[in-house]
Design a protein around this ligand. Structure first.
Ligand SMILES: *Cc1c(COP(=O)(O)O)cnc(C)c1O
Length: 427
């Protein structure tokens, strides 16, 4: 069933560390060998052995309308013929910035970069430059890319592989990253009180998605906003995952809370390598060439990346029914999974918001990193492989959210629920 994938993985391991270009893809925490993908269409992935899967990764978010969505594919074709990069400004970059401003709240100015990591790294430098302070607060199990400052108690692959300290990150850098538990406002207030006048920024995934999907408790984000206002701290919402996914204006719009700086990635590029950071004008004006906070990129605002992202975002803006449809599908999946999990009889928790959902094999509610870590990874492993064998592709880690795409039909969801029922019997 996986002959060609296995062969390719053996070959890959000779030339690429761990056989992959991003760690979670390697299937290490669930065991087995990763699938090599040949192509994808709509909600389906096809591997090199010709197997078909219903896809709940959606490239970790970007393929919100399904794979190979025709308008994006043809826009890329058209623009590629005019050259794939100029290293000089284009009209498209202006249109992209204006489109982002028209969709996302609280963005006076925005700069394009090439990944979510770059967006978050730049936002932190900017917050430090703006405030003249050094320390930041982040949350346990939250992931903001792989820049040095964020690799302290991080989520996603760092949590999946249980890496406590990352070699190569100097103690000098780590000591400026303070951590608190997500949803523990008093904990954050204690940390802030211990370093008065030293904290430049609080960076948070407004809806956590890198330890499964975990919702903010009522009052938590409001409390962060108030704390930042009181202490002159820059509040950064990392909307790399939630931006343009939970609503046209991301978590800010859905939850009605404003941040000072925002970071984006994933959906914003329509499947191309794109990130962005933006926010309040007085802060953004500190960026070079207006200010001295240096930040640059040879391929930033690349025309092919811009036209892919622009084409997708434009559709999301013009057709907000997409968000209602996505949510209805996700609720349908949640209810279906709830039924088969209840019939199965062992403990579980389902977390869901909009088109993000995760199943935790946990007796307790999952509200932070500690409770996410308390869930059974052994059960998840068996579930993951049973689903995969039957044609459903979940993220290969219990510490990841699943993402729905709007190409999924109700027949696909019914099939997923039926397969989940069968797979649970193997646990
Ligand atoms: C994926 C992710 C990042 C990193 O983005 P890359 O494009 O992988 O560098 C940062 N923050 C959050 C919340 C993410 O989910």
């Amino acid at each position: 069933m996986y002959t060609k994938s296995k062969e390719l993985f053996e070959r890959a391991c000779l030339s690429i560390p761990g056989g992959v270009n991003s760690p979670v893809r390697a299937f290490r925490s669930v065991g087995g060998t990763p699938l090599f993908i040949k192509r994808a269409q709509g909600p389906y992935l096809y591997d090199v052995d010709g197997n078909r899967y219903i896809d709940y990764i959606a490239s970790w978010g970007p393929m919100i309308l399904g794979h190979a969505w025709e308008p994006v594919v043809s826009a890329i074709r058209e623009y590629a013929a005019w050259s794939t990069s100029y290293g000089a400004p284009t009209e498209l970059e202006v249109e992209m910035a204006e489109l982002i401003r028209s969709m996302a709240p609280n963005i006076d100015m925005v700069r394009m970069v090439s990944s979510g990591t770059e967006a978050c790294m730049s936002a932190i430098r900017l917050a430090r430059g703006y405030t003249g302070r050094n320390k930041i607060i982040k949350f346990e199990g939250h992931y903001h890319g792989h820049a040095d400052a964020f690799l302290v108690k991080a989520g996603s692959g760092v949590a999946t592989f249980n890496i406590q300290t990352v070699p190569g990150v100097t103690p000098g850098v780590s000591q400026d990253t303070l951590t608190a538990a997500y949803n523990d406002l008093e904990g954050v207030q204690r940390v802030a009180a211990a370093y008065p006048g030293e904290i430049a920024a609080i960076i948070v995934e407004p809806v956590a998605g890198n330890m499964g999907c975990i919702l903010p408790q009522p009052g938590f984000l409001e409390g962060l906003r108030a704390l930042c206002d009181k202490e002159g701290i820059v509040l950064i919402f990392d909307e790399v995952m939630t931006g343009f996914r939970l609503a046209p204006g991301g978590a800010q719009e859905l939850l009605g809370i404003r941040a000072d700086l925002l970071t984006y990635g994933k959906v914003i590029g329509g499947g191309m390598p794109v990130g962005a950071f933006g926010g309040r004008r007085d802060i953004m004006e500190k960026i070079a060439p207006l200010g001295n906070v240096y930040q640059a990129g040879t391929l930033s605002g690349n025309p092919i990346a811009m036209i892919a992202g622009y084409t997708l975002l434009k559709e999301l803006k013009n057709n907000p029914a997409i968000y209602r449809q996505l949510e209805e599908k996700t609720l349908y999946l949640r209810d279906g999974l709830d039924k088969v999990l209840a019939a199965w009889g062992q403990p579980y928790t389902i977390n869901q918001l909009g088109s993000m959902i995760s199943v935790h094999f946990s007796e307790h509610p999952v509200t932070d990193f500690a409770s996410a870590s308390g869930a059974s990874n052994e059960k998840f492993k068996i579930f993951f492989h049973s689903m995969l064998r039957r044609g459903v592709y979940l993220p290969p880690s219990a510490f990841e959210s699943w993402f729905l795409n709007n190409a999924l039909s109700y027949a696909d969801l019914d099939e997923t629920i039926r397969i989940a029922g069968e797979s649970l019997k193997e646990i």
